[in-house]
Design a protein around this ligand. Structure first.
Ligand code: NAD
Length: 492
């Protein structure tokens, strides 16, 4: 049995309060056991990060970037092994897992530019013979708590910029698929990262609370469900830390009557059902404007029925299982609640089994048409391969649906009409908006950041996080020696 250790001060640590099973979602077999930390392990990670902090903060920025350059090459050189680990523990297809690693590499590449990106400014003559400048300091020990759905990418979105900016880091990955995180830490060591700069601790609520409550930790980046994001946002406020906490989603795609419906059906099918609907930027609601509703459903139906669902390791698989038995049951129950509330299940593969993988946590592509919007299946994030399709008369009504939803992570419009696209991009209440793009995640040189209950805190990930992972210092200097005495408080 493989054991997933913590990674503290440059070494694997096999210890903790208990061992937690990690299952292969395609087969329901235990493939590893991960050590869950208690207070002692959590404290030792903070000790290691604290001991390494000054030396890393004082390492030349370009030397820090060199470590990231080398790590980026190692990440790509080891992508097949990492993808295999992700697929075994998460269930997504090998192709999708490889895509995740390539996206993660983009965050590392962004951070390699740290020397050019994390700098202050200087202004001359801000007073008589006075100059003012700012410099960006690391904040200290940063924490990263990541979700199961991107076990490599979310961690590297946080770790890369944070390390480039001179911080030390403690990463608490999801206990559902923790294997890749420790491999990432090993690759960082191979790239030349000093011991203690990046530490990985596994655990659950108690460990997260312990890490937050220690006065030596300075910043928390969290990605996961909104309820946990909100709880941790409050806890970090009490602890006096800075926090960026990214939560759940219910991403709407508006389909205008002039859109090419075959293109829309292709894009919706891959966005809603890819990774078994477990992407935070997946489209889970299609809002059809006008009279093309039936035409779109006619195009979606055969596509959803044809999606190839199987184990993620089988060649040609388009959709693998969901992450756990709990997730499978929750999704199936929400589908049934939606039908009980009045939706028509145009396609319902939610209880379909995969021959040869009967114990796997499979949920097949499902389309709920005409779901009442007060249904839990509309109000809640399902986080599974379930697409809700609604029909409204106008673009204004479609935009109002988005506005009235609790979440505001992403939203998209498909149209050939520039005026409609313009109104939508201006008025859609979501942080990431797509025009004829079904998964509108911005490139790493921009940011990942939603609105409303999809985020607590005000700084995005990737390029927006330089300010989160640094704190400014403002220096006012005067070098003339005869300034004299003056008890007033003069204007500049
Ligand atoms: P989750 O909230 O259950 O867990 C996320 C992390 O928090 C895990 O590491 C988990 O161990 C930890 N955790 C869980 N409960 C905790 C508690 N009470 N106190 C402290 N830590 C706790 O989320 P998940 O199921 O792993 O991931 C799916 C969620 O993540 C979805 O809601 C999805 O939309 C969201 N997500 C959002 C984004 C984004 O950019 N907004 C990106 C990816 C995933």
């Amino acid at each position: 049995m493989r054991t997933v250790s913590h990674w503290i001060n440059g070494k694997p640590v096999e210890d903790g309060v208990q061992r937690h099973p990690v299952t292969d979602p395609a087969t329901d077999t235990i493939v590893a056991e991960v050590w869950l930390a208690g207070d002692v392990i959590a404290d030792s990670a903070i000790d290691a990060a604290a001991a390494a902090a000054d030396a890393w903060a004082n390492t030349n920025m370009s030397k820090r970037a060199h470590v990231l350059f080398r790590f980026r090459d190692l990440l790509l050189a080891n992508k097949d092994e990492l993808a295999q680990l992700i697929t075994t523990e998460h269930g997504k297809t090998l192709d999708d897992a490889t895509g995740e690693i390539m996206r993660a590499a983009e965050s590392v590449e962004l951070a390699c530019g740290g020397p050019a990106l994390a700098h202050g400014i200087t202004s001359l003559q801000t007073g008589p013979n006075i100059d003012t400048r700012s410099m960006m300091h690391p904040v200290g020990i940063c924490l990263g708590i990541t979700p199961f759905n991107f076990p490599v990418m979310m961690g590297l979105m946080m770790v890369s910029v944070s390390l480039a900016a001179g911080n030390t880091f403690i990463w608490k990955p999801s206990e559902q698929d923790p294997g890749a995180s420790v491999r990432i830490a090993e690759l960082f060591q191979e790239a030349g990262l000093p011991d203690g700069v990046l530490n990985v601790v596994h655990g659950q609520q108690d460990v997260v609370n312990r890490l937050i409550d220690d006065p030596r930790t300075q910043a928390l980046s969290f990605v996961g469900s909104s309820d946990v994001a909100h709880i941790l946002y409050q806890r970090t406020a009490v602890a006096g830390m800075r926090c960026q906490a990214f939560g759940g989603a219910k991403n709407h795609m508006v389909v205008m009557p002039d859109a090419d419906l075959d293109t829309v059906a292709d894009q919706l099918t891959s966005s809603a059902f890819g990774a078994a609907g477990q992407r935070c930027m997946a489209i889970s609601v299609a809002v059809v404007v006008g009279d093309v509703y039936e035409q779109l459903l006619e195009r979606l139906t055969p596509r959803a029925e044809a999606v190839r669902m199987n184990s993620g390791v089988v060649a040609g698989t388009e959709v693998g299982p969901v992450v756990s038995r709990n997730a499978q049951q929750r999704i199936q129950e929400l589908v049934e609640a939606g039908i009980a509330d009045g939706a028509t299940a145009v396609v319902n593969r939610s209880r379909e089994q995969v021959p040869g993988y009967e114990n796997g946590y499979f949920v097949g592509p499902t389309i709920l048409a005409g779901l009442p919007i007060d249904s839990a299946a509309y109000q809640q994030e399902i986080f599974g391969p379930v697409l809700v399709v609604l029909n409204v008369d106008t673009l204004d009504e479609a935009i109002a649906l988005i506005k009235n939803h609790r979440y505001g992570n992403g939203a998209s419009i498909f149209t050939n009409n520039g005026s409609a696209a313009n109104q939508f991009t201006r008025e859609a209440t979501a942080g990431m908006v797509g025009v004829n793009v079904a998964i509108p995640v911005p490139v790493a040189t921009y940011a990942v950041q939603g609105w409303k209950d999809s985020v607590y805190g005000d700084t995005g990930l990737n390029n927006a996080s330089w300010s989160f992972y640094t704190r400014p210092k403002y220096i006012t200097s005067r070098w003339e020696t005869n300034a004299g005495m003056d008890f007033g408080f003069r204007p500049n």
